[in-house]
Write a new protein. Sequence first.
Length: 216
Amino acid sequence: MFRPGYIEEVPLRHDTPTTVDFWFDPTCPWAWLTSRWVLEVARQRPLEVGWHLMSLTVLNEGRTDLPERWHRDLAVRLEPVRVCAAAEQKYGPEVLGRLYTELGTRFHLERAPKERSTYAAALSAADLDPGLAEAAVCDTFDDAVRASHHEAVARVGPDVGTPVVAVGGVAFFGPVVSPTPRGEAATRLWDGVLAVAATDGFFELKRTRTGKPVFT
């Protein structure tokens, strides 16, 4: 169980599985790049990745400093999150990873629109019921989305975005990377993440983003 303020030491070992929890909004390009990095590390190190939902819509609701077009965009962004929640409820959390891959491939690589036909195609490709795409336009699963989202925020605080990654009892926003590190670069970054996660009192390391997401 997570305890605020508690830091569990995370040794730099490569022979035993490391549990990683990853909170994502499938529409966020930065979360997508980070998720592909985690999967790249998992091909080289023994990781057990658990996927969980966040929502940029929930994160930004109530903000009055955003233009109207942003609020319209955020309303649409909630749709695929609802679809993921519907799939999780029907099949269990183990399906989220592969559904995220199918949705993210369409959104970020193929530039497919956020609409029910895209969601249905992703569900079918993930061997899930395409009829769950109908969940996009109803609020049936909003409570589940909020509960998962608030669990992530409770671990890291309100001044963050997506993704949230938790390892060894420590959660943090990011890392935000572009493009996705591959090969040795991926594991080198992973070892750095484990090192800061094991550092009692570590809170923040950040610099301003200077470019757009690079999907290569």
